[in-house]
Design a protein around this ligand. Structure first.
Ligand code: MTE
Ligand code: MO
Length: 397
């Protein structure tokens, strides 16, 4: 994995400097994949605030010191709603059951013997950017596993199997509250159950999905899902179920707490006949996003670096204060569909004083990352899926 990071950095060095001598000098700093030798980082004035206690230990990405396109396992964030379960790899098995013709029970060796596939994917928590203390719940890693689709197809869907539920080994208590059709209270108690998320059969058999056992060339760390997790690169973190134990095919939409309760986006949108509708949608597919990560200065020349991810990215543009949008150069990641892209733009002659820097990504279909005052963001009443354009403030001396 270290080798991996180094290899990437060397290629970057060559691309960025264009001169062999300078590139050779650059090789002395193997982990640097953003920024040039000797560049000084100018800190943004808007730094993350301190996270409240339960969210303190997420090991968030430190954007200001971002130096590698691949996020190492040590620097990768982690989220576990019920903590990290202890899994005995020797006894561990993945069960596939429910509405399937051939139920499966696979140990780790059996899964590793299946065809191997790798992809680089920027995994983002859907809460990332939803609070001033949560800008770094994202990381870009190389994930290795076997395609989920073939495993599901081997199990075989029975005709009424429409939904695929993924269960983790971690368990917790959730309130079970429901009201009847007359608004009458029918249930209000707590129940313990394993973490679960679902997808439709069509979504689950997307060829991009992996049953993943390695992260950056090493077994998954305990906090990131050892021994096996789902990697679903078109989806936010929440769908990438860790510590997998069971995959169950069922005959109806799944409405578990992490599907239909705790991870909902509520938006106010125009409804029929001049009404206003409050939609509630499950947090799901990853969305277009970008972030100015770092501003550097070298010999009086300024440069803005950042990242873009979520959907196939075509371009990134950057605006300083109320100036025009200027195209950024994509430096890295353009050849990897699910990886984040690193970009930069040169910032000629910034005047002394405070400036605002905003970036926006544009996808291959021409969709633009929404501005903060776009109704899609401004009329969103929950913190999930915060993919509006990010503005950062900086002071130039
Ligand atoms: N079993 C299980 N899987 C889970 C979770 C969890 O709490 N339990 N958290 C999800 C959320 S909200 C996120 S953002 C990602 C984080 O993945 P990471 O910990 O590898 O960064 O895991 C997802 N998978
Ligand atoms: Mo998350």
């Amino acid at each position: 994995m270290e080798d991996d990071v180094r290899r990437i950095s060397r290629r970057d060095a060559l691309i960025q400097t264009g001169s062999t001598l300078a590139a050779l000098a650059f090789l002395q700093t193997p982990l640097v994949a953003i920024g040039k030798e000797g560049e000084k980082t100018i800190p943004f004035l808007d730094q993350p605030t301190e996270a409240p206690p339960p969210l303190k230990d997420l090991n968030q990405l430190d954007w200001q010191n971002l130096d590698s396109w691949i996020t190492t396992n040590e620097k990768f964030f982690h989220v576990g709603h019920y903590g990290v379960p202890e899994v005995d790899a020797a006894k561990w098995k993945l069960e596939i059951g429910g509405l399937v013709s051939h139920p499966q029970s696979l140990n780790l060796a059996a899964i590793k013997a299946l065809p191997k596939k790798e992809l680089v994917f920027a995994l983002e928590c859907s809460g990332n950017g939803g609070f001033p203390f949560l800008p770094g719940a994202i990381g870009n890693a190389r994930w290795t596993g076997t395609p989920l689709a073939a495993v599901l197809q081997k199990a075989g869907r029975k005709p009424d199997g429409v939904e695929v539920v993924f269960y983790g080994a971690d368990q917790g208590e959730e309130p079970i509250q429901y009201i009847g059709g007359l608004g009458d209270k029918m249930g209000d108690f707590k129940a313990k159950a394993p973490f679960a998320r679902s997808m439709s059969w069509a979504e689950a058999t997307d060829p991009a999905n992996l049953l993943c056992y390695e992260m950056n060339g090493k077994p998954l760390p305990a906090a990131n899902g050892f021994p096996l997790r789902l990697i679903a690169p078109r989806w936010y973190g929440i769908s990438n179920v860790k510590w997998l134990t069971r995959i169950e095919v069922i005959d109806a939409r799944f409405e578990g707490p992490f599907q239909a309760q705790r991870y909902l986006t509520v938006r106010e949108v125009p409804g029929p006949g001049g009404t206003t509708v409050w939609t509630r949608t499950a947090v799901g597919r990853v969305q277009i996003k970008s972030m100015p990560a770092r501003v550097t200065e070298l010999d009086g020349k300024y440069r803005i670096y950042g990242a873009a991810w979520g959907v196939p990215i075509a371009r990134v543009e950057v605006k300083v204060d109320d100036g025009p949008w200027k195209p950024a150069t994509i430096d890295k990641g353009a050849d990897q569909e699910f990886a984040w892209k690193f970009w930069h733009v040169d910032w000629a002659n910034p005047g002394a004083g405070e400036h605002k820097i905003t970036s926006r990504a544009i996808d291959k279909a021409g969709n633009i990352q929404p501005a903060m005052d776009d109704p899609r963001i401004a009329k969103k009443h929950t913190y999930w899926e915060a993919n509006g354009q990010i503005t950062r403030t900086i002071k130039i001396a």
